[in-house]
Design a protein around this ligand. Structure first.
Ligand code: WTA
Length: 655
């Protein structure tokens, strides 16, 4: 047992609070005064931050235009995001500073300084121009975690072409839908990437998707794994052929503050992913400001956000926030526990990482492997830890702080969403007294509260409700691409005048926010949003399936795991092989993260008299709980039948 154990136990059972260490407070970027100043005049607060952190090529005329539910920030201002993230640092003499330490899964490494990044971004931007990509054109990006991924994003930003990044673990179907929705003109991909010692064949998936997305005229392919890939004449180009010979100079295109910077698709309550729109000035101000205060960024920090750039966490806190702040970051290509469960800790030790930001699901997976793996490494460089993506259970929080942070690092539990673009509820390190499991308080200037079903604010300490946001913030989404009606109905109709986040939350006696998970039909699998309906559609897409319902049930490592209840077509006989086939079918249609952990065949599903599937009851069954209210069921015998079947078939299928 570690010598720190008793202190933690005391924390857990008695105090359940961690007060800031005075030494940390003394050097912290944040001050308590931020809250008061921002609350007094939020617009003035954001204007001051935007002025200080960003170089504008034209100043704004007004800070905020707010016509609910549409916000415009820094209206009339012009800037270029790539200039702000790269060029100006080089101009200011930081060319030799490391922008990224990159490590591939096989152990190969690259170091990119800000000067290197500038040269590579400029060449890539010139290559895009040579392929006919212009301002406003959408460019798809489907890549492993290699330096060309942020380079490609910045190259797009440099010429004002919005990017549409699709997580490299997604299937060709997922890529195709997103490319069609975005009407992308080009796609940047790679031959493949490394994951758990195997090659992920991205080019093969990209070929299928591009074949069905006719707006894509050009495909740029980075050589990463070196395996043989087919290249389509006239459409596909090797990155090294097209990019390497370009000029290393490229003037940034100044764009309006409200110019579309990127689309990022996220799961909602229908099968079609939503193209979340993020624009330029407010977004960059929001991510750079939060990154500065919440991660307490200092010039000599080595900061590692261990997410994939394909998710919003990577967009905001691997690429844009950190680079705007001139930070040195770490990028790692592969699986967290490859080849051994201490891969991450060897990276922390090797690069002397001082700030680590990751997901609770990763923390739980490491916790399961025990203290010995991190204990093999010198983790004394760490001075701050962060989490994001789902609620973190206090036990995992305390383990993270002790086994990884040596009981000396503040832990910032940060709540936000693809839609919010930036962290909104979080401690400020050095200022906030921490409570394990609570994201604590809204960031300065953010209006957040918890309301009951009627939209009335729930008093502190009086139970749970729905999290809402009461005023605009700079990095907020500007809409759903090509779907204003869905934007209104998803976020703004439930509680008039307030943004509905879709999360349950309670506020304790002292005003601390405790996030309780999603209240809609969105699951959080290993920290990633997956809607029940997307998985159901993928199941029904299989020729043997007549109907399907899926629910997330709690899982000790991944937070939630998918349980699928499947009705087969009448002539099909259920079998273990078929269950396996269905699981693989979903993985193929959506990606491995959506593969159901359990598939159960059932003759019926519990439905209301109006035909709505009662997922709540399925969740009870999956969790082995006593069933909740069944009075609205059309056929009350059916749940009992499913429950008995579930108990007998489940044991064999769990992996
Ligand atoms: C959940 C990820 C509790 C929440 C940045 C939210 C969290 C959804 C936390 C957004 C947290 C994120 N505590 N829950 N600290 N952070 N969530 O769009 O349910 O992938 O609505 O963005 O993740 O997921 P998304």
């Amino acid at each position: 047992m570690s010598p720190n154990q008793p202190e933690i136990e005391a924390l857990f059972s008695e105090v359940r609070e961690v007060t800031p260490a005075p030494a940390f407070t003394a050097q912290a970027n944040a001050t308590p005064e931020l809250y008061e100043r921002a609350e007094r005049d939020p617009e003035a607060f954001w204007a001051a931050e935007a002025k200080q952190r960003i170089s504008w090529s034209r100043p704004w005329d007004s800070v905020l235009e707010w016509e609910l539910p549409y916000a415009k920030w820094f209206v009339g201002g012009q800037l270029n995001v790539a200039y702000n993230c790269v060029d100006r640092h080089v101009e200011q003499g930081l060319g030799a500073k490391v922008a990224y330490y990159w490590e591939g899964e096989p152990g190969d490494t690259r170091t990119l300084t800000y000067a290197d990044l500038q040269r590579e971004v400029n060449k890539a931007a010139n290559a895009l121009k040579a392929l006919g990509v212009g301002i406003g054109d959408r460019v798809g990006i489907y890549m492993p975690m290699i330096p060309e991924l942020p380079i490609a994003m910045l190259a797009c930003a440099k010429i004002g072409a919005p990017h549409v990044v699709v997580f490299g673990g997604f299937s060709s179907d997922a890529l195709e839908g997103r490319m069609i929705d975005a009407e992308a003109v080009a796609l940047i991909t790679a031959d493949g990437g490394w994951r758990n010692g195997k090659v992920l064949d991205l080019k093969a998936a990209a070929d299928v998707a591009v074949g069905n997305a006719p707006t894509i005229k050009n495909v740029l392919v980075v050589r990463r794994t070196g395996h043989d890939v087919p290249m389509t004449e006239g459409r596909d180009h090797w990155w090294h052929d097209v990019v390497d010979g370009q000029s290393a100079e490229c003037d940034p295109v100044p764009v309006d503050s409200e110019h579309l910077l990127y689309l990022l698709h996220t799961s909602g309550t229908t099968a079609k992913p939503k193209g979340i729109m993020h624009t330029t000035g407010g977004y960059l101000a929001g991510v750079s400001t939060t990154h500065h205060y919440i991660f307490d960024i200092k010039p000599d920090d080595v900061y590692w956000c261990a997410a994939d750039i394909g998710w919003v966490t990577g967009h905001s806190y691997i690429v844009y926030g950190p680079l705007a702040n001139g930070t040195t970051g770490v990028l790692y290509e592969g699986a967290p526990q490859f080849p051994e469960p201490d891969r991450w800790w060897s990276i922390v030790e090797k690069y002397k990482v001082s700030i680590l930001y990751c997901a609770p699901t990763a923390i739980r997976a490491f916790m399961k492997q025990g203290d010995d793996w991190p204990a093999k490494h010198d983790l004394s460089s760490l001075r701050l830890l962060g989490t994001v993506g789902e609620p973190i259970n206090p036990e995992a929080w305390l383990w993270y702080r002790r086994a990884i942070g040596g009981s000396r690092c503040p832990v910032v539990d940060t709540w936000w969403q693809t839609e919010t673009g930036m962290i909104l509820i979080t401690p400020l390190p050095g200022i906030t007294t921490l409570r394990p499991g609570s994201a604590t308080r809204p960031f300065p200037g953010i209006g957040a509260k918890v309301v009951d079903a009627d939209g009335t604010e729930v008093a502190n300490g009086s139970g749970g409700g729905y999290l809402v946001l009461t005023r605009p913030w700079p990095a907020m989404l500007r809409g759903i691409y090509k779907d204003p009606e869905r934007y209104l109905s998803t976020y703004w109709r439930r509680f008039p005048g307030m943004y509905f986040a879709g999360d349950g939350c309670k506020v304790d006696d002292d005003g601390y926010f405790w996030l309780l998970g999603r209240v809609d039909d969105v699951m959080k699998i290993a920290g990633h949003r997956i809607s029940t309906i997307e998985v159901e559609s993928a199941l029904v897409d299989h020729p043997a399936v007549a109907e399907a319902a899926v629910v997330g049930r709690s899982d000790p490592v991944t937070g939630e795991a998918i349980s699928a209840f499947v009705i087969l077509k009448s002539h099909i006989t259920p079998s273990d092989e078929l269950a396996l086939e269905l699981r693989e079918h979903v993985a193929k249609k959506i990606g491995a993260i959506a593969r159901p952990k359990m598939v159960m065949f059932t003759p019926e599903l519990p439905k209301t008299r109006s035909g709505k599937i009662m997922r709540r009851l399925l969740r009870d069954i999956a969790e082995h709980r006593t069933l909740g209210d069944v009075t609205t069921l059309a056929d009350s015998g059916i749940v009992e039948t499913i429950r008995v079947k579930a108990q007998s078939s489940e044991a064999d299928q769990l992996v």
